[in-house]
Write a protein that binds this ligand. Structure first.
Ligand SMILES: Nc1ncnc2c1ncn2[C@@H]1O[C@H](COP(=O)(O)OP(=O)(O)OP(=O)(O)O)[C@@H](O)[C@H]1O
Length: 586
């Protein structure tokens, strides 16, 4: 059984005007089998203490934390991370999945050595215990607030963590749902777990449900002991709780300073032994209390230290994306339809420009617009990818569902076939309608650079998405893409630039894409273009002349491909490290 002890714990953060102390030397112990509430007025330091105990905050801390027998050295932090879970205030659930599916996914990501049937038993058991059986086939997006909170708890229960931290689990719930949630946590605590949650002013019934209260004020502990002893404690400090007054409200009023600032007096008296607990509560299976063994039985077999391999998790995440793809028609069917329509529209706009010598410059415009389109449609969804998943990602990553590289690999691998499909639908349609040259080798070469450009675009989007929120990301992303477009070789011909500006174009992967495309279509000794009879003179009958005039006459198609390939890899490496930095604890 794992309890938590902490001694002389300090937390300071750096500010412009020096250091600010948020937690000021608090000590305490939270025992297994007990439900503990960290309480206090707003700004007292409840969330900060929880962040320190969970390992969500690691900088600026002094003092000792012991999980079970270990201290907060490296091994204990591993112990606490694997053996604990942190349920944040926001319920970040996979909206498109039913409760049953979300539970099965959590099982697949967090438990090992269980056959499918055993996982189903386990899920039944947890859903039963948390009164979620009726909504097991409801999608998470349609659950009520109280159900969402219980599903958040259920998802973390599958690997049986001995320590559970919850940040304000009753916020947003009505009185009844809040009381049920706390009752449920108490039942879970009685199975031998250490459950600690922060809570705002609970009503008298809910307050009494807690075994242990850890009251904070201004970063200090002003009471730690049984909820039932609060009134006596306050009386010993000289504050008589009025009859029929909620003790939780009264103690908050006192520590908030409604009767003067008595923080130091309270924290001194709170140190007296008689207010702290005298004996720990035994788990239900060791005591005479009724115990719902149905939950204890399968869960106790699960060893939270045994995790599936990252490979297994990678495939589970891929499956999750595949299901999301089927269910969200806006990321699959709608996009394919739009790519087809835009391909039709642009193909018709540039009709016959592929073979017509008189329309050769328009054809350069067509390939530039196509490149812009491919980059834009690949990068913008990626800009929103991490921000839209950040809530779930943070929760799952912190609770050790998977490592960042596993998640990132799943995102990248899943994106590849999608990019191929989207780019192909647009490119093939517009290529045929604009009557480009019918040669498989040229078509293949053009497709290759366009695909690499799409991959580079989505990598660029991932970088922007891991640096900025959606609003700023969209703004910054578009500005950067505009700069890339400017140096694409169409808006200003490469030969018309100064040497310095020409050197800068080497930073634009769009420039390399347009160059590679033009090489594929007009290079490699393409025969002369057809000049229509009604036109008096065609300047660009010779494809070589066209390439020379636009400054793309070097036969360096494979150099362009190599460059684009390097950009694809580089952008993804940069995006990975930025995402890892974003998810690292502070
Ligand atoms: N990174 C930070 N930089 C500066 N001050 C901070 C930082 N984090 C927390 N604080 C301050 O520390 C104090 C405690 O914050 P904390 O969020 O722990 O309070 P709380 O008790 O959880 O409040 P609430 O109930 O309103 O959520 C607050 O005054 C807050 O402004």
């Amino acid at each position: 059984m794992t309890s938590i002890d902490f001694e002389k714990l300090y937390l300071s953060v750096k500010q412009k005007d020096g250091e600010k102390q948020i937690i000021k030397g608090v000590s305490g112990s939270f025992l297994s089998g007990e439900l503990t509430a960290i309480m206090g007025p707003s700004g007292a330091g409840k969330t900060s203490l929880l962040n320190v105990l969970t390992g969500y905050q690691i900088s600026g801390i002094q003092g000792t934390i012991r999980y079970g027998k270990a201290t907060n050295n490296e091994s204990s932090s591993l112990l606490s991370k694997r053996e604990s879970c942190y349920i944040l205030q926001d319920d970040c659930l996979p909206d498109l999945f039913t409760v049953q599916e979300a539970m099965m996914m959590a099982c697949n990501l967090k438990t090992i050595d269980l056959f499918r049937k055993a996982k189903e038993y386990l899920i039944d058991d947890i859903l039963n215990k948390l009164s979620l059986v009726k909504c097991r086939n409801t999608r998470c997006q349609h659950l009520s607030g109280g159900q969402k909170k219980r599903v958040s708890i259920a998802l973390e229960l599958v690997n049986n963590p001995p320590i559970m931290f919850l940040d304000e689990p009753t916020t947003g719930l009505d009185c009844l749902a809040g009381a049920q949630c706390v009752q449920l946590l108490k039942k879970l605590a009685r199975t031998g777990k250490t459950i600690i949650c922060t809570i705002h002013q609970p009503n008298a019934r809910v307050y009494e449900t807690f075994d242990h209260i850890y009251m904070m004020s201004n970063g200090k502990c002003v009471y730690q002991g049984a909820s039932t002893k609060t009134v006596d404690f306050l009386a010993a400090c000289g504050f008589q709780c009025p009859l029929y007054h909620n003790p939780a409200d009264f103690i908050i009023e006192v520590v908030k300073g409604d009767y003067g600032d008595h923080t130091d007096l309270l924290s001194k008296i709170a140190l007296e032994e008689k207010w702290s607990r005298t004996q720990s509560i035994k788990p239900c299976y060791e005591s005479d209390e009724p115990c719902n063994t149905s939950l204890v039985y399968p869960l106790e077999r699960i060893d939270c230290n045994k995790m599936p391999s990252e490979w297994t998790r990678f495939f589970v995440l891929l499956r999750r994306y595949r299901v999301q793809l089927y269910r969200d028609w806006t990321i699959s069917q709608l996009k394919i339809l739009l790519h087809l329509l835009v391909g039709l529209f642009l193909g018709l706009a540039y009709q016959n420009s592929g073979q017509d010598a008189n329309k050769a410059v328009s054809n350069l415009g067509f390939f530039t617009v196509s490149t812009v389109y491919v980059v834009y449609t690949a990068s913008m969804p990626a800009v929103l990818k991490f921000p839209s998943e950040l809530c779930i990602l943070k929760k799952e990553h912190f609770n050790n569902w998977y490592k960042v590289h596993t998640y990132f690999a799943a995102v990248v691998i899943f994106d590849l076939p999608l990019q191929v499909v989207f780019t192909s639908v647009y490119t093939i349609t517009s290529y045929l309608l604009s009557n480009q040259i019918r040669e498989w080798s040229r078509f293949g070469m053009m497709m290759l650079v366009q695909l690499l450009c799409g991959f580079a675009g989505s990598g660029f989007g991932l970088i922007i998405g891991s640096l900025f929120n959606p609003v700023n990301g969209t703004f910054v992303g578009i500005i950067c893409l505009c700069c890339f477009f400017l140096f694409g070789g169409f808006f200003i011909l490469l030969g018309h630039m100064s040497k310095i500006m020409y050197a800068i174009t080497n930073l634009s992967f769009i420039g390399f894409t347009v160059e590679g495309t033009m090489q594929a279509i007009y290079g490699y000794d393409r025969p002369p273009l057809h000049c229509p009879e009604e036109v008096e003179f065609c300047l660009y009958v010779s494809p070589a002349t066209l390439l020379k005039d636009i400054g793309m006459d070097r036969q360096n198609y494979w150099m362009d491909v190599a460059y684009l390939f390097s950009v694809v890899i580089l952008f993804r490496i940069v995006a990975f490290f930025l995402l890892r930095r974003k998810l690292s604890v502070t």
